[in-house]
Design a protein around this ligand. Sequence first.
Ligand code: AGP
Length: 606
Amino acid sequence: MCGIVGYVGKREATPILVDGLRRLEYRGYDSAGIAVANGQGARLVRCRGKLAALEKLLAVESPRGLTGIGHTRWATHGRPSEENAHPHKSGSVSVVHNGIVENHALLRERLTAAGRHFSSQTDTEVLAHLIDQALIDGASSLPEAVRQALRQVEGSYAIAVLSDRHHDEMVAAKKASPLVVGVGEGEMFLASDAPAILDKTRQVIFLEDGDVAHLARDQVSITNLAGQPVERRPKTVTWTPGQAEKAGYPHFMLKEIHEQPRAVTDTLRGRLMLNNGDAVLWEKEVTEIPRRMVIIACGTSYHAGLVGKFLIERVARIPCEVDLASEFRYREPVIGPGDLVVGISQSGETADTLAAMNEAKARGARTLAISNVVDSAIARTSDLALYTFAGPEIGVASTKCFTAQLTALALLAIHLGRRNGALDDIGAVRFASDLIQIPFKMSETLQLVGDLKELARKHKDAHDFLFLGRGSNYPIALEGALKLKEISYIHAEGYAAGEMKHGPIALIDDGLPVVIIATKGNSYDKVLSNLAEVRAREGHVIAVATKGDTEITKYCQDVLWVPEAPPLLQPLVTVLPLQMLAYAVAVVRGHDVDQPRNLAKSVTVE
Ligand code: AGP
């Protein structure tokens, strides 16, 4: 979950590395560093803190050279500090690394016994020592030294390696962490994420697990760990660099909240057939009707899965369970042939979800990945992939990927329902025309909700928030609470509204803001009763309600209006005011909205 960049070419490397790191800072931000090589060897500059701290150091003295590597870190092994910041150097070798060397303790012990001295607590440093040792022991080239080292390593890695002795080349390798090579004219770029280099080149090679790439100015050659050549052709990436920037919004999160109507439209595009209400998801007809479905995911993606259960069961009438990926794999799941296991992951690289998908596959289930990243690890490991097209999501708090996931799940429900006969012709056309209206309703919601500054000021000092919802809006209550927690650092709980009287009602007093999703639909009357129970105990009620509902204002202090939508699709609009509320409270409290403390965008460790 860190960010890696690399450059070898004809220009000064430092500014190119810093620029790439700026675009990747969301992947980790507790320390940063670069190593730049020239004829005199590689020079390292690194420090604790965000990239701005590194830039300050570089303003005093910037290392010169045409080859370099850089890193932004999210600590796993060893606290955030300068000595634990990457790159790590041993002898002539400098390394940056994402992932975890699982057998690092054993390797460190062996290397220490052989007289090597370690200067950090990181697992990464063993890689620098192993490669340096391989060169000393006579490896024929830098790629060969990297291969020899990696053959001793267990775990996951994306690495970039520089050597003092080979200052106009670089080696990159990956296993279970993403890494891409950008092919330029007389120059090569390296990044853990394509947006970091898209302003430099659109020709990108997506490295695969086991690849070791040797980059020089004019060529890139790739082998496997055994040294046999493998061919990887560059692909043209169509994401513009501008898509990955803020486009005038103060924060990526706000930009991404407002991008949701587009993200949902793009996810529906070319898949939803309005004439017959079908959803065509794959070029070939590959669908087998499962006897049961299990959705596995983490965090916000898990909440999307909980809404997905409503969609799948109501539309396709297939029994569907939802499980946290981190729980699923350790509970000996009863799963096997005939089951379809759907892994939902924005990044496509969440370690728990990836491991759970592999577990499901090993037990004979068919697997389907819903991912926003094409060719992501989870997508590659699955039998089928259904991509959301939300574009790169930079804000750590997931917003547009969530609604794009709900859209993909709605499409999947239609697709299965049409094929097993659960969704008839009339129902299908009606559902498809409701779904195609959703992006417009989302735009209207964002207008109705406004910036919520006033409401945020009113509640910025609250110690707790309660979020309540019923039916498919219950997962939205969970999501609203998660959003508020992660960026405002206010404790919040999401509850099924009907459960309130079984415990949480004891919390209610005049200091507790209670957000209730009380839109028109099946359980409207029941939610009104819950609302009245809160009011009777002096709780401060903020209702998410259907535009035009005159009754609701009698029961609450504040209302966040949303347009009318069919109950099954309501989560796509009711989540928007909750995202905006979390954003507004975090801004009023002066927090770093896009990079909240202790969090990282992709959680690639268990
Ligand atoms: C969302 O706001 C969170 N940052 C987090 O819960 C996230 O959804 C979770 O880590 C799962 O990530 P994934 O979708 O990339 O697998």
